[in-house]
Design a protein around this ligand. Sequence first.
Ligand code: PEP
Ligand code: MG
Length: 445
Amino acid sequence: MNRYLPIRRVYAREVLDSRGNPTVETEITVGEGIIGRDGITGRAIVPSGASTGKFEAVELRDKENRYWGLGVQKAVNHINRVLAEEILGENALNQCRIDRILKEADATENKSNMGANALLGISLAVAKAAAKAMKLPLYQYLGGTYTTQMPVPMMNVLNGGRHADNTVDFQEFMIMPTGAETFKEGLRMCAEVYQKLKQQLKVRGLSTGVGDEGGFAPNLANAKDIFLILNESVEQSGYQIGKDICYAMDAAASELYDSKRKQYYFPGESKAMQKEIYRTTDEMTAYYKELTKEFPIVSIEDALDEEDWQGWKMLTDELGKNIQLVGDDLFVTNSERLKKGIELNSANAILIKVNQIGTLTEAMDAVQTAQKAGYRAVISHRSGESEDTFIADLAVACSAGQIKAGAPCRAERTAKYNRLLQIEDELKQEARYRNPFAGESLKKS
Ligand SMILES: C=C(OP(=O)(O)O)C(=O)O
Ligand SMILES: [Mg+2]
């Protein structure tokens, strides 16, 4: 019979995220004894996006009163007054059942009733409490003893779009240490390039202020110019472009899409060129083709709009053999949308953001659905983050091979990288370090 680890206490409060906005923190206490004496507590803080997909689960975050947290307070109340009742006494080791109870208590398709932030806070804190009670690191509790592959960071070094007040139209320019042998080495390489990039921007008289995810946010308008500066930064760091370091980008194209014109609008480039720049789906595809020919880009996320399934199919036919095409807003960590993509051959990878779907079980389901179909899964943070390091353990637990966690600065981003350094150390000390790093397989062919 399964071991019984009862949930004894459920408590949520409002805390701040990395943008200074309120978010939900949940505490789950488990154990046989009297709470406060023998109980074991798991804590989780829910992240929040800025360039959110239309089909994401709904977080309660009152738009007009965003900074006063009225929506977040609602989610907190739902946890303390409604959802707690539903799961008190449930077995914390039965994550699937708890997540099902949470879903049923919400009883909507998009979790808009209780709020995806309310559900997720509980879901993640239950897993953390259970792992702690089992005296296992979270990654091992979630993934088992053979899940030991360290993810390659997909490190955001230059921010644009909704994540910065600058003229960069694409949201994220990222570097990947594909030539590194270990996570530690890869992280060091990326941090070195990041520092060199800062110098490069300074030399050009550009701003070295940072955006939401810690990447620099200069007023540059042309993607090629950005990649050229990245090339210099990599070379000056002593690394070989396309071998030691490759590039990835998140176009976040749904944010650029003008549904009336059915074209993509580039506001920064328009300003710089002093004429309106629009691109059709075909032109976007041609643009990506050109960029990937000129620069060692191995991965493009949200290259097209979240509803342009046919465009995605064409793009995948055209580029999918050599380039990782990641669906973020397209799939929203939702297995049903992912299955549609797999059927249509739209994209070849999924971005996993736990708060897009609202429970850990459903996020795991999306990872497994992807991996079974030969799609890659990239575990991701949100632009609004916290000190919570859940996704670092999750990336190892599901052998994702890649993690998107922002720049190597700002504590909410480094918290994830530092947790991965701890995990890698732990695996080495316990001699469980096999098949450690996936960088090689991501290199530009
Ligand atoms: C991390 C991202 O940003 P946000 O959290 O704003 O959706 C993203 O789009 O991949
Ligand atoms: Mg994205």
